[in-house]
Design a protein around this ligand. Structure first.
Ligand code: PHE
Length: 367
C-alpha cells in the first residue's frame, strides 16, 4: 500500500517539481510490480479510484491548498501526472502476465506425467465372469434375481416347507418388521441363488439353460473361509429327457474348462430339498494332482459344489404359473457353487476377508 499523500507547504516551482517527481516515481514503481489482472485493477483503484484514489487525494490536498498564483502550474503538473498514470495503467493492462507470473505457471516438461491407475475387475467379478463364460460356451444364458427375496422363493418354492429342518442349514438374515405379512411374503436376504431357478421357470416354459451369478447372505460368523456375504453361480437346465449323466457330463466339462483338462470329477450322494437325487461334486486336487497334500487334507479330492436332478415338487410350484413344467414330461438338473471358494483355490488365497478388504496391495495382483 502506498503512503498517504503528504501535505504540500511550499508552492514554488522547485517544490512542485520535487513533489510531483516523487509521485511519478511511486506510480512507476507500483506499475512495475503488476503481475496479473487483479494487480491491474488494484493499481487502477489505488491511483485513479474516484473516491480513494491517490490522484483524487492529490487534487483534494494540493490543488485546494494552493495559493491562487500557484494553481495554474500545479494544475498542469497534475494533468501530466494523471496522463502518466493512465499510460502506465494502459500498458500494464495490455502487457499480459509478467515474467514472474509466467515463471510461476511454467510447466516443467522433464517431470513425469500424472499416472492414472488402470481399473481392473475385482477377482470375484473376474471369477464369476470366467465361470459364466464356460457355461455360456455350451449354450447357457445368464439370469438374475433380487437379493432381497421372499420366504416363498428362497425357501418354500425350493421345497423347504415352513418349519423344515433343512432351513436351519442356511442361517438366514431376515428383514425387520415383517410380522404383518404371511410367512411366504416375508422378506429376507437370499441365502442362495436357487430362488432364481423358480423366478426363471415362472417366466418361461422349458427348455431352460441358465446360469445365475449373484450375491447371497447368511448369518454366519466370519472366519478364514466364511463370510456372511458371498457369491454363488447357480445353474439350471430343464428339457425333455435330461438325465443325471447330462448333469455329470456338463459339470465334468465345466470343471476341466475352468481348472484344466487333467482335472477329474466325482459325485457323492448328498441332500438338498430341491434336488432328488442330490450330489456333492469333488474335483481331483489341483495342487497335488490327486496324490494327497495339505490343501486336500491328504484325500486327493476337493469338494466344490452341490447339484442334483430338479425335484418334482419344485416343478409342481413352477407349474402353477407355467403348466409346461410337468414332471411327467420334462426333467432337469441344477447346480450351485461358491465363487469365493473357487477363486481362493484358483489364486491360492487363504483368507476370504482379503476379497472385501479393499486393500490395493491385494487387488493390484489381479490387474
Ligand atoms: N443352493 C445350494 C446351496 O446354496 C446349492 C445347490 C444349488 C445345490 C443347486 C443343488 C442344486 O447350498
Amino acid at each position: 500500500m502506498n503512503a498517504e499523500i503528504p501535505n504540500l507547504t511550499a508552492f514554488d516551482e522547485a517544490s512542485l517539481e520535487r513533489a510531483f517527481a516523487a509521485l511519478t516515481d511511486e506510480a512507476r514503481q507500483a506499475a512495475s510490480t503488476i503481475e496479473n489482472e487483479a494487480g491491474v485493477e488494484q493499481f487502477r483503484l489505488e491511483w485513479l479510484g474516484r473516491k480513494q484514489g491517490r490522484l483524487n487525494e492529490v487534487s483534494g490536498k494540493w490543488l485546494k491548498a494552493a495559493p491562487v498564483e500557484a494553481k495554474k502550474a500545479l494544475g498542469q503538473r497534475f494533468n501530466e501526472l494523471k496522463k502518466t498514470v493512465e499510460g502506465l495503467l494502459e500498458s500494464a493492462a495490455g502487457a499480459g502476465p509478467s515474467d514472474a507470473a509466467l515463471a510461476a505457471e511454467a510447466i516443467d516438461i522433464t517431470l513425469p506425467g500424472t499416472q492414472r491407475l488402470l481399473g481392473a475387475e475385482h477377482p470375484i467379478t473376474k471369477t464369476l465372469n470366467e465361470i459364466v463364460s464356460v457355461f455360456a460356451s455350451i449354450g447357457f444364458s445368464v439370469g438374475v434375481g433380487p437379493e432381497v427375496e421372499t420366504d416363498f422363493y428362497n425357501f418354500e418354492s425350493m421345497n423347504f416347507p415352513p418349519g423344515h429342518p433343512a432351513r436351519d442349514t442356511q442361517d438366514t438374515l431376515v428383514i425387520a418388521n415383517q410380522e404383518r405379512r404371511t410367512q411366504r411374503d416375508r422378506l429376507l436376504l437370499r441365502t442362495h441363488t436357487s430362488p432364481v431357478q423358480m423366478r426363471t421357470m415362472e417366466l418361461q416354459p422349458p427348455p431352460v439353460r441358465i446360469v445365475i451369478p449373484g450375491k447371497v447372505h447368511r448369518n454366519d460368523a466370519a472366519d478364514a473361509t466364511h463370510s456372511p456375504i458371498f457369491h454363488q453361480v447357480e445353474g439350471l437346465c430343464v428339457d425333455e429327457n435330461i438325465t443325471f449323466s447330462d448333469l455329470k457330463g456338463t459339470l465334468d466339462y465345466a470343471m476341466k474348462a475352468f481348472f484344466g483338462s487333467s482335472v477329474k470329477t466325482r459325485f457323492f450322494p448328498s441332500f438338498f430339498p430341491f434336488t432328488e437325487p442330490s450330489a456333492d461334486v469333488q474335483i481331483s486336487c489341483i495342487f497335488c494332482g490327486g496324490k494327497g497334500c495339505r490343501k486336500c487334507k491328504d484325500s486327493g479330492w476337493i469338494e466344490l459344489l452341490g447339484c442334483g436332478m430338479v425335484d418334482p415338487a419344485v416343478f409342481a410350484f413352477a407349474a402353477e404359473k407355467q403348466p409346461a413344467y410337468d414332471a411327467k414330461k420334462i426333467s432337469g438338473f441344477a447346480f450351485g457353487m461358491g465363487v469365493e471358494r473357487i477363486a481362493m483355490m484358483k489364486y491360492g488365497i487363504s483368507e476370504i476377508g482379503q476379497f472385501y478388504s479393499g486393500d490395493m496391495r491385494f487387488l493390484k495382483q489381479f490387474v
